[in-house]
Each structure stands twice: as C-alpha cells, then as structure tokens.
Design a protein around this ligand. Sequence first.
Ligand code: BG6
Length: 447
Amino acid sequence: MEMKESMREMPTVMVAFGVTGDLMRIKVIPALFALHVHGDLPEKFCLVGFSRRDWGDADFREYVREIITWRSDRHTQRVAVGPPHAATEKDIASFLNLLKFQSGDFSDKESYAALKRMIDGVDASWGVCTNKIFYFAVAPNFYEPIIADLASSGLSEGCSPEEGWSRVIVEKPFGHDGESAAQLESLLARDFKEEQIYRIDHYLGKAVLQDVFDFRFDDGSLEAAWDAKHIESITIRALETLGAEKRGAFYDSVGALRDVGQNHSLATLSLLTMDRPSERTADAIREERGAALEALEIIPYDAMASETFRAQYDGFREIRGVAPDSNTETYFKICASLRSARWHGVPIIIEAGKRLAVPEKEVVVRFKDGSLKRFDFNTAVQYTEEYERLLLDAIRGDQTRFVSRREIEAAWRFVDPIERAWRAGAKLVPLHRYAPGTSDITRQADF
Ligand code: BG6
C-alpha cells in the first residue's frame, strides 16, 4: 500500500517509440489502460505516442480508443482482457486525456527537439520536473538514432540527481547473436547507465514464474530436494497453435530458438535452477539468474545431432515474407544440462514450436521417486498481466524482473553454437517437417 501511494506521487511521462506497432496495440496500451482503471498509475501520468504518422492528439486518442474497446479478433484468436469488462466510458475518457502525440521521424533531430518542447510543456503545466520513460518498441535498426538523439536533446538525463529520472525500456530481440547483442549493449551504455536500462523479457513478468521463485525461496518445502540427487529431469515447454503467418519476414529471420528459446525458455530455466540469492535485491537476484545461465553446458559440435532437434511446418515457406527455400525452424527441442554440482547430469529439455495441435506451456519437474511438480502457464487468453507488472516495476525503479546484460550474454553463449550448427546445413541436424495443427513431431525427438 505504501509502495502504491508513493508510486502515485511520481509524475511520469512515458514516450512510446513505435506506438502504432503490434506490441503496443496488443500488450502495452491495454496494460496501461488496466493500470489506469485500477488506479495504479501515477496521479500525474502522460503517454506520448511518437511515430511518423501525420497525426495530432485527437487522431492518436481515436486510435487508442479502438484498441481499448476492442474485445477479440477472430483472425489472431487473441482475446483482449483486462479492464473492458469493468471499464466505463468515464474510464475510457479519462485515459484518453492522458495521451499526447508527437509526429516525427526516428532519425530527425528536429523531431526530438519538438518532443523535448512538448515534455517541457508538460513539466511546466504540472510545475515539476517529471520522470521520463522512453519505450523502444521499434525494429532494432532504429535504436542507434533514437539513443543518439535522446542524448543530444538532453532527454536521456534527469533534471538533477534528485529530480526527475530518465529510463529506457528495450524490448527483445536483444541482438541476433552474441556479437550483435554486445554491440547493442555498447550503444546503450554510451548514453545510459545500467540503472536506467530496463530490458523486457515479458516471461519474467509472468505470475507463474513469480510463483516458481516464491515456491522455491519462500515456501521452501521442496528446496532440499531441488537437485540432481532427487530430480530426474526438467521440461520447459512452449507449444503454440498460432503460426508465423502475420509476421513471416521477421520470423523467418529469427526462427523458434531465437524467438522464444534464447529468451523466454532460458529465463524460465534460470528461475528454476538458480541458487538462493544472498539477499532479496534486484542485483542479487539478477546475479544468481545470470550465474545459472552461465552454468549451461555448451553443446559440442559433435553432439548437436543427438542433443538438438528442429523442424518446420508444411506451408511455412509459402507465407508472405518467408524465403521459398527457408530452412528456419518453427519447432525445436534441445536437451540442455548444467555444469554445477547441484544439477550435474539432470537433463533439462527445452521445447517450443508454432502451429502445433494444442497450446501447451508448462514446466514439468520429474522427481526420481516418480512424482511430478508442474507449473502451467495460462494459455487460454492473451492477457496483459505481465506487462502491467513490468510497467509498474519500471516506473518505481525495480529492475528485478528485467534482464541483465550478464543473462543476455550467457544465453547467447549457449544459443550461438546451436544456431551455427543448424545454419551450417541439414547434414548435421536435419530439418524435419510436420503438418500444421498436429503434434506428432513433439514425440519424434528421442530425449
Ligand atoms: C513472443 C514471441 O516473444 O512470445 C512470440 O515473439 C510468442 O512468437 C510469444 O508467441 C509467447 O508469449 P506468451 O506470453 O503468449 O506465452
């Protein structure tokens, strides 16, 4: 309650770059609306949409009105939840009042000067130096100009050490391999300090992964049996019925392993296998998650065929934006293991894929005595609770559920050799095929 009250007193301006993209439409704007309806946003809050569209505030508000009153979309089978069922026209109107729009080009200095003038205007009308959050929901090739111009316009700095902080929220993908991730990190580090950078892997915001943490370190009843002596295997599964139809070009350039494995599956693995943090601080927890990922055994080249499996669904190559001879995997299964004494010899199966028969997102811990412990992710609806949690964390300055640089580096160290082996051709690790809407492929890999 105290936390909630002090949060309410943090005047905040959030600037969303790429405000007309899918992520904003499906997750971020509905999450902000939910927070507004529940009275969780700061009392003084302003969302500035920034994009190339030639819009004014009224157009942006109309656009957002449609998003927050939208209930379902047959095509994506996604269901918008959150407040609409409880929201009134008054809620909608008061939310729309918090919105402003800044039309501009991501690489045009004048647009940032105009943005700065707009934010200064908000500061002046509220009589405070506001906190600023810059949300990068854009393709990574825009990061460079955005970061450089935020810095040159003075927006990357607070007003003074005591007044008005400035933070950035960066969405995955964090690079497409270790090297590009390191380049992105140096770019960010040039103008922002680590405590200003909030890297989102929305899985870290999921309630079920918070449950894993609480179950292990608060409940603690199984912690003594949480090791190789007692555990036979761990499976981290993310099977989806949705395909890549709506984002062919992007998906073809990444594939299932980089789309969800490098981030969501490994974030899950880190929470399952990390050691107890020395204290409950963001730094200590992030260090332990990073150490867990650093303990991943790098799969040697000659074991790639036995420890990794990949497949593509029929019809994937016909999707708009996908190369007709694409060898991108839409399904994978990997048998990972950790070097630590605690987990030595325990197979950790990571599996994810698109266009399978049924959605199955779960963690299954199999004990040597035959018992199971399951954590199931909610697959019934597309909900925004993770984003609500993460946005509030970013406003109140809690980095616990955000990915650290160390975790990203360790994740790529594990994934890069697999990607290299897969890209080297079909000889080493064949690319299997499966019919969309079936799940036989999940039983084909023999581990
Ligand atoms: C995204 C991936 O990061 O996570 C998508 O790009 C995937 O391909 C999604 O479907 C899964 O998230 P969730 O929350 O629906 O399990």
